[in-house]
Design a protein around this ligand. Structure first.
Ligand code: AKG
Ligand code: FE2
Length: 518
């Protein structure tokens, strides 16, 4: 059954991308073998040319005397009757059949059209969330930090093309206009290179969409110089002229940049502008369960209303790496059988792995630790979900509690609700540090938390009266750089009936909300 109320970002998780590097190595080796086979063939041909040319020149120096020798005459006839026939056969023989077979064989392991679509979306999400200029982004300057990586013209064009297909013309122009001066520096062979005319034409189309007609015309003129007899270009030029003729008054001032949707709220919070109240403390929790007298928990208050704490160093390095390596073995590259990007919403859910608590000693031990952290009875609570995010991986704003009153909740979810209750609280473990981005933000509460390996956040999703607390809505900001792994534990309500009894809810009374804290 569906365990997560909201679909997470769709991109291939980072860990499922790791094997792609091996596939790429295999492909390069394969191409190298092909080149070797070609070289071998070339060598054979070249050496034979030398032999044949020597013989031919010997004959042409004095043809009559050469041919008067029957050995030479015979050989010429035989050569021209037999050898050239064999040469033809030899030249027709394809080079590197086995390498070509390999290529066909590995086709199924390569990312799909939809994977590329997801990756483009991830790139755009990072750019817009953190408000990164296109040229900075392309040159590897991400949110103020310079990395030793940059995008090739082919990479840039893929993003520009994606944006154009998504009808985001202004953004597409932003990307595509970075291309023309880069193309000249490319060392791609002819068939892999992106043609300048293709870039200029797409740019012109985007300008037409934006009603920047004179810019479009200049680009189209450049295109026509490169490809004077192209019918599609001519048609586009005529269309542009028609536009100009038919809507002279609607032309926008050309330099007026269409406002990029600089988002409020979510985006701003992801850029890390929240402040913490000075009334908050760090302390050792000795009291939630008797065990904590022996091993108190390092606790940091994030907020009192809604109540939220961080528990530091609750997982060891070994536990985290075991969880991640076990999950990555089970996490499949989520393949899409329907590769039509239009159907993107129907496919692929989170790239995670669910661990049964009864799995082994590791999961049982972590389960006991969560009991110590929360004081809750976890018998009916959910399995652990381990998640790894991909390029620009994020999770839209959502609440972990279910809105049972809404019409969406029927069938299996309703049954769970009846038997287990709602998700009264969440424990979210971070299994890795994240170099940049990837914060968990609670916009309504004004909290943002940056991932730190071994730390867990704990919060109540429900008010004391059992209703969902909308202030606990949260989102995972896009990861800029790093591999973000988290593990969630959703604690169900009914089993806590005597631990956190139902009380009328009064806002602003943090003491009630923090009943299970020390
Ligand atoms: O990854 C995060 O920071 C948040 C994850 C989350 O909200 C969830 O799994 O429900
Ligand atoms: Fe969540």
């Amino acid at each position: 059954f569906e365990k997560s109320p909201v679909e997470r970002s769709q991109s291939l998780s980072l860990v499922t991308m790791v094997p792609l590097l091996d596939i790429e190595r295999k492909l390069i080796d394969n191409l190298n073998n092909y080149a070797k086979a070609l070289e071998q063939k070339l060598q054979i041909i070249r050496s034979q040319i030398a032999v044949m040319r020597a013989e031919n020149e010997k004959g042409r120096r004095d043809p009559i005397s050469y041919l008067s020798n029957p050995l030479n005459g015979f050989s010429l006839i035989r050569r021209l009757h037999q050898d050239w026939f064999k040469w033809r056969k030899y030249l027709e023989q394809p080079v590197g059949i086995s390498q070509m077979r390999n290529l066909a064989l590995w086709q199924g392991e390569l990312p799909t059209k939809l994977d590329l679509w997801d990756a483009c979306t991830g790139i755009i999400r990072i750019q817009s969330t953190y408000n990164i200029g296109t040229s900075d982004f392309i040159n590897g300057k991400l949110d103020g930090k310079q990395y030793n990586a940059s995008m090739s013209s082919a990479d840039i064009f893929a993003v520009g093309e994606h944006l154009s297909k998504e009808n985001r013309s202004a953004k597409a122009v932003d990307w595509l206009q970075e291309m023309p001066h880069r193309l000249k520096k490319d060392l791609f062979p002819e068939h892999l290179a992106i043609k300048e005319v293709k870039v200029l034409k797409l740019l012109a189309e985007m300008h037409v969409n934006l009603k920047h007609f004179s810019k479009a015309l200049i680009l189209l003129d450049n295109c026509q110089q490169l490809k004077p007899h192209d019918a599609a270009l001519l048609r586009l030029r005529l269309k542009t002229m028609d536009f100009i003729a038919s809507q002279p008054k609607t032309i926008l001032p050309e330099n007026k940049q269409l406002k990029a949707s600089i988002g409020k709220g979510y985006k701003v919070s992801c850029r890390g502008n929240s402040e913490r109240s000075s009334r908050l403390h760090c302390f050792y929790n000795f009291t939630t369960t008797p065990f904590l007298r022996l091993a108190p928990l390092k606790t940091e208050q994030i907020g009192l209303d809604p109540y939220m704490v961080l528990y530091h160093e609750v997982l060891s390095k070994r536990e985290m790496s075991l969880l991640m390596s076990r999950a990555s073995r089970k996490m499949e590259v989520a393949r899409i059988y329907n590769t039509n990007p239009k159907n993107k919403n129907k496919v692929r859910t989170a790239k995670g792995h669910w661990f049964s608590k009864e799995n082994d000693e590791l999961t049982r031990r972590i389960d006991r630790r969560i009991q110590d952290m929360t004081g809750f009875d976890l018998t009916d609570s959910e399995e652990f979900q381990v998640i790894n995010y991909g390029i620009g991986g994020h999770y839209h704003t959502h609440s972990d509690y279910f809105d049972f009153a809404s019409a969406n909740y029927s069938g299996e979810r309703n049954r769970q609700a009846i038997f287990l209750g709602d998700r009264i609280a969440t424990v979210l473990f971070y299994l890795t540090d994240v170099e940049q981005g990837g914060a968990t933000i609670f916009r309504n509460a004004g909290y943002s938390i940056y991932p730190r390996a071994g730390t867990a956040i704990f919060w109540f999703n429900l008010n004391t009266d059992g209703n969902g607390d909308p202030r606990t809505q949260h989102a995972a900001c896009p990861v800029i750089v790093g591999s973000k792994w988290v593990m969630t534990e959703w604690i169900r309500e009914w089993k806590q009936i005597f631990i956190r009894p139902c009380l009328p809810h009064a806002t602003g009374t943090s003491s009630k909300l923090s009943r299970t804290k020390s």
